[in-house]
Design a protein around this ligand. Structure first.
Ligand code: ATP
Length: 749
């Protein structure tokens, strides 16, 4: 076990070494005082005698951090087996793994590790592995029996993300298959899998990973644990055929809940008032505020900073920190750092901080009761983000973020009677999202009858049919609705949206795979252009008390405009896809130049500076480079990541990687051939009509074609905020559509 003892600490009391031991002791005491600690033995007995266990315990009772450690100590990792714990969100997987590594006194990536898309902190010694549910699903594609795991814990199952729901169905069948001799052949060719996801060949128990070796083998049974604080255990109990349910009683610290007397007309205003009431009137402790999205977070941040300026110097000690999914992860992790001495931390978060995470210092939670949720219309094929009230389960999770280190308070900015009206749990995501990726994944796992698949709750039939139609039109399915060869198999192998996967396959025929690889990598990361916080802080506002939230929103929009201006030097009249290629290539040139002398630090520093000057999200560009090709990531000292390197994947598939040079016509024709279902024609009023659905849409203001408005275009995504917006659009010729997609346009005619 690598020691956490700070080598070289000299002092005997009061110095770093003493601090280290004091912290270690504090953690050990804290662990012992958790409600789950008193039932450790009973829980281990239950796991030994039942293959499926449903554990329900209050937030903060110790499920996520302690149970894997108990299992490890109880011998569930013998023979090199791994305990896998899935989380619906990346930030939870990372932060919990860090805490558990600290509790165990080991270095991250050794006994305890995490694995999320683009970031793999595991090694051959990892035995407790936190990961996202989506990541485990991809592992199942490569190792159908998940043979390296002895126990899989599905945490926060109540969230019912689409990946959790699919995973539950898969785990159920994996468990059944592992309970007897293996007679069934896996459906995909494991011998081609790369980068260590597939079974370590040296290890006996894991050797079953490759195709032929499965047959006739008896793998050890897989233990399955479904866990949540707010789980309606009945549904899971029925789904798993009367599995054992265990309730862990008690919470560590009480949380007082406060409601408003009447509904708030302006919840952002109410939020602001509550933040300052806490700051000025309540005792020490940090504040966590739940908001619906980045723009709202930036507005509130701005308002808080302005209002602070009105306070006397000694009352200004408030540190505001945002956290949302598109924030670079180094910045996300800042919320976990202690506030500067004498300061109070106010964290403005979306629901990514709602479950699993413990943010040290949080004593107060402000919950306006709203969340931005995904909805999907199978009829129009449109996914939207809509602000809706939270469920009771979400409200409980939010209040559960307080009371983890001491008693806490939660301020719900709505009346108690409104809480009673909330639905108990959130509608499972599988009922409100586009299913084409899920269907492709299930087909690759050998599930031919999607509607008949053992889902805990069936997705809408209409949505499944729509996805099957889309996959058939993309050529991924045969007439019998099986995965086609080679296209369907190739598409399933790429960890991408099906249309993006098809675009890559087509690009090899259009001699522009080089450009399409860049495009797909850039489309796979969070937004490339962004508005830095420092710029927002430059907005001059004289007196906050005369200021309305709308003014702040206007300021945010102003800087979005600035970002757009900065983006102009990369912009191409051909559209956003070529613009993204230009950004990538410019960053590549810069990187190659800075790399001379192999000075990694300098290269990274130059890159960050360049990104900042150009309103570019440096993390996104780095991730895109990482997805695109491994060479860059090795240079940056990052480990090769699973199968995310799509370039390597397409090369292994034998696709021809060539560049179309300056001939972007070929590239746009290829886009038209892949995105034909996302083609739209300009209408006399300047809006667009989507040809496949008849939907009326507008180009998103962030697009380089926002003002040019070509007659015909294809788009990457359709989102509804205050309008139906199409994002990442490129100009095409409408005559190309029947020529390049005759399977759709001739039929339609
Ligand atoms: N990063 C951390 N820093 C300080 N304390 C922590 C940290 N992570 C966990 N803890 C402590 O461990 C306790 C148990 O956390 P854990 O995440 O295991 O609970 P849980 O039952 O899984 O809760 P939830 O259902 O909310 O995820 C917390 O209440 C807190 O006291």
């Amino acid at each position: 076990m690598p020691s956490m003892d700070p080598a070289g600490s000299k002092d005997s009391n009061g110095g770093p070494k003493a601090d280290f031991f004091a912290r270690k002791q504090r953690i050990a005491q804290q662990r012992k005082s958790l409600p789950i600690a008193s039932v450790e033995k009973r829980l281990m007995d239950e796991v030994r005698s039942h293959d499926i266990l449903i554990i329900v315990g209050e937030t903060g009772s110790g499920k996520t951090t302690q149970l894997p450690q108990y299992l490890f100590n109880a011998g569930f990792c013998r023979d090199g087996k791994i305990i896998g714990i899935t989380q619906p969100r990346r930030v939870a997987a990372v932060s919990v793994a860090k805490r558990v590594a600290e509790e165990c006194g080991v270095e991250m990536g050794q006994r305890v590790g995490y694995s999320i898309r683009f970031d793999d902190m595991t090694s051959s010694s990892t035995r407790i592995k936190y990961m996202t549910d989506g990541l485990l699903l991809r592992e199942a594609l490569l190792d159908k029996y998940l043979s390296k795991y002895s126990v899989i814990i599905v945490d926060e199952a109540h969230e019912r993300t689409v990946d959790t729901d699919v995973l539950l169905g898969i785990l159920k069948s994996v468990q059944k298959a592992r309970s007897g001799p293996i007679n069934q052949l896996p459906n995909i060719d494991h011998t081609k899998a790369k980068n260590g996801v597939v079974i370590d060949k040296e290890n006996d128990s894991q050797r079953a990973g490759s195709l032929n070796r499965y047959q006739g083998l008896k793998l050890s049974p897989l233990k399955l644990i479904i866990m949540s604080a707010s789980l309606d255990a009945r549904g899971f109990f029925e789904y798993f055929g009367g599995a054992r349910a265990v309730h862990v009683q008690g919470r560590q610290f009480p949380v007082d809940i406060f409601y408003t007397k009447a509904p708030e007309t302006d919840y952002l205003d109410a939020t602001l008032i509550t933040i300052f009431q806490i700051h000025l009137e309540e005792g020490a402790g940090d504040v966590l505020v739940f908001l619906t999205g980045q723009e709202e977070i930036e507005s509130v941040e701005r308002l808080v900073l302005e209002k602070l300026k009105q306070l006397p110097e000694e009352k200004r000690k408030l540190k505001v920190l945002p956290i949302y999914s598109s924030l670079p992860s180094e910045k996300q992790m800042q919320v976990f750092m202690p506030a500067p001495i004498g300061f109070r931390k106010v964290i403005l978060a979306t629901n990514i901080a709602e479950t699993s995470v413990t943010i040290p210092g949080i004593k107060y939670v402000i919950d306006p009761g709203l969340v931005k949720a995904r909805t999907y219309s199978a009829h129009t094929g449109m996914e939207s983000l809509v602000v809706v009230p939270t469920s009771k389960a979400q409200a409980l999770q939010r209040s559960g973020r307080a009371g983890r280190e001491g008693p806490g308070k939660c301020f719900r900015l709505y009346p108690e009677r409104e809480f009673e009206k909330l639905s108990d749990s959130t509608v499972p995501e599988i009922k409100r999202c586009n299913l084409s990726k899920v269907v492709l994944q299930l087909k690759a796992l050998g599930v031919d009858d999607i509607i008949g698949f053992d889902f805990m709750e069936k997705p809408l039939r209409e949505a499944v049919i729509k996805s099957l139609e889309l996959l058939a039109l993309l050529g991924a399915l045969t007439e019998e609705s099986r995965l086609s060869k080679p296209v369907g198999h190739q598409m399933a192998r790429l960890p991408l949206d099906p249309t993006h996967a098809k675009a890559l396959i087509l690009a090899s025929q259009f001699n522009c795979l080089e450009e399409m690889l860049i495009t797909v990598a850039m489309l796979s990361v969070e937004s490339i252009f962004y508005v830095p916080r420092e710029k927002l802080e430059e907005v001059a506002v004289d007196n906050l008390f005369q200021m309305h939230v709308a003014c702040v929103l206007a300021a945010v929009r102003f800087y979005i405009k600035c970002a757009r201006t900065a983006a102009k030097c990369f912009s191409s009249l051909e559209g956003d896809h070529v613009t993204l290629i230009n950004v990538y290539r410019a960053s590549d040139d810069l990187f190659e130049k800075s790399k001379i002398g192999n000075n990694r630090e300098k290269a990274e520093k130059d890159m960050r500076k360049w990104c900042k000057e150009n309103f570019i999200n440096s993390r996104s560009v780095r991730q895109a480079r990482d997805i695109h090709r491994q060479a860059t990531s090795s240079f940056l000292g990052l480990k090769p990541k699973y199968d995310w390197q799509i370039r390597e994947n397409v090369e292994q598939m034998g696709l021809h990687v060539a560049s179309c040079g300056d001939d972007m016509l070929q590239f746009r024709r290829c886009l038209a051939a892949a995105f034909f279902l996302n083609a739209a024609l300009k209408q006399p009023d300047g809006t667009y009509r989507v040809l496949s659905s008849g939907q009326s849409v507008q180009i998103h203001p962030s697009s380089v074609l926002f003002r040019t408005k070509p007659d015909c275009l294809i788009f990457d995504e359709l989102v509804r905020t205050n309008h139906n917006y199409i994002r990442n659009v490129s100009r095409v010729d409408y005559l190309w559509l029947p020529e390049l997609a005759p399977q759709y346009y001739t039929l339609k005619e």
